[in-house]
Design a protein around this ligand. Structure first.
Ligand code: FES
Length: 150
């Protein structure tokens, strides 16, 4: 991503403070995530400090600040999943992939997120990988499952 590419995105806007969210959405749509450089370019354009931009952007869970992995793994931390070992599954993912929530593995194979209820509590504990819901997970099944993703 070059400065020129960010400028091309910003050229679609007027430079008004209220455009912050649409600009962030456009950047994420185009580049996959909000980079530090993007924030550096938006700041003078909208005359808002970088800290304010981070503050606003991190309030919305739709924005991500790390490059997405080739696969996305979400471990449910909702009540039903939590009661049935969601926390242990989350820790197992961290250990197996050497990754923290909100990060992407060094080899870019997975990005990892802890999320609220995925809406299928009867299948708890649940993990979502890309579009697939994996139900009644345990640590053994988790390890086997991770190996299947390139
Ligand atoms: S609590 Fe995990 S799916 Fe609802």
């Amino acid at each position: 991503m070059t400065v020129m590419e960010y400028r091309n995105v910003l050229a679609e806007f007027q430079g008004e403070e209220g455009e912050l969210i649409p600009i962030l959405q456009r950047i994420q749509e185009k580049f996959g995530y909000i980079t530090e450089d993007a924030i550096k370019n938006i700041s003078p354009f909208l005359k808002i400090s970088e800290n304010q931009i981070y503050g606003v952007a991190s309030f919305y869970s739709q924005f991500r600040f790390t490059e997405p992995g080739r696969n996305s793994i979400k471990v449910c931390m909702g009540t039903a999943c939590h009661m049935r070992g969601g926390q242990i599954l989350g820790e197992a993912v961290e250990r197996e992939l050497d990754v923290k929530p909100g990060q992407t593995t060094k080899d870019k194979r997975f990005d990892f997120h802890r999320v609220a209820c995925l809406g299928c509590c009867a299948l708890a504990p649940v993990i979502q990988v890309n579009e697939d819901i994996r139900s009644r997970m345990n640590v053994i099944k988790l390890k086997e499952m991770l190996d299947k993703y390139e």
